[in-house]
Design a protein around this ligand. Structure first.
Ligand SMILES: O=C(O)CCC(=O)C(=O)O
Ligand SMILES: [Fe+2]
Length: 227
């Protein structure tokens, strides 16, 4: 098959996926797509994250640049920021760029830049309920998480729980809990300011990528800065 035909086939597959993500975000503010990341990309990334030496991973912090700190009560995972220095990361960055272009055309979110990190939750690690961005403060607009764990079963724990605020009536509001099993190639996308979420303790090593589309590159407002 010629390269251009292969490319158009690939982008055809991705457009169907991107369209379903866009529709979900319009309808609900979030999208959960089990096993949806292209399989070749998922394998590349999962091999890469396993091969990453442990000195590339650093304990994740919380807060902004000025008061970035490590807090064992909030999160205990390790992260490694993604840069385009290897085949797997480049393929990931290209895929997220294509998603960004699609969503900007479809949703007019004005997504500008993207940052992401590999994450490793060892047995027992967690990330307590939090939001990825706060209205008027950060400029993270859309969160993207993908999971790189083969054969994850419910008893392995480590679920992502998303709290979907449902208005019961005009004054009372309540949260619906949406639970996501971190299975190989599952994609989660949600509006960063709208959905508190948490990672429950895992009973085995849990590998993922978390990323954020931002409005612009303003480092001063950077949550979990890459440096
Ligand atoms: O790994 C997940 O399921 C979510 C991670 C997360 O919430 C974050 O890194 O901000
Ligand atoms: Fe988060």
């Amino acid at each position: 098959m010629s390269l251009s035909l292969a490319q158009s086939k690939n982008s055809g597959v991705d457009s169907a996926l991107f369209e379903s993500i866009a529709k979900d975000v319009i309808d609900k503010g979030y999208s959960i797509r089990p096993y949806a990341l292209p399989i070749k990309l998922t394998h590349l990334l999962s091999q890469h994250i396993i091969d990453l030496s442990s000195d590339k991973f650093k304990r994740a912090g919380i807060g902004r640049v000025q008061d970035h700190m490590i807090n064992d009560f909030i999160r205990t995972d390790e992260i490694s920021w993604i840069i385009n220095d290897n085949e797997a990361s480049c393929a990931w960055i290209n895929w997220t760029e294509a998603l960004k272009v699609y969503l900007n055309r479809r949703l007019f979110l004005g997504l500008f830049s993207f940052e992401s990190h590999f994450a490793h939750y060892a047995k027992g690690d967690f990330y307590k309920k939090h939001k990825d961005a706060f209205r008027g403060e950060g400029n993270r607009v859309l969160s993207v998480v993908v999971y790189l764990n083969q054969q994850w079963v419910a008893s392995d724990g480590g679920e992502l729980v998303i709290y979907d605020k449902k208005l019961v009536d005009s004054v009372v509001s309540n949260y619906n809990k949406i639970t996501v099993i971190p299975n190989f190639g599952t994609i989660v996308v949600f509006l960063s300011e709208e959905f508190p979420h948490e990672v429950l303790p895992a009973k085995r090593d849990r590998y993922s990528i978390a990323g954020w589309f931002r409005l612009n590159n303003c480092i001063a407002n950077n949550l979990d800065p890459p440096s």
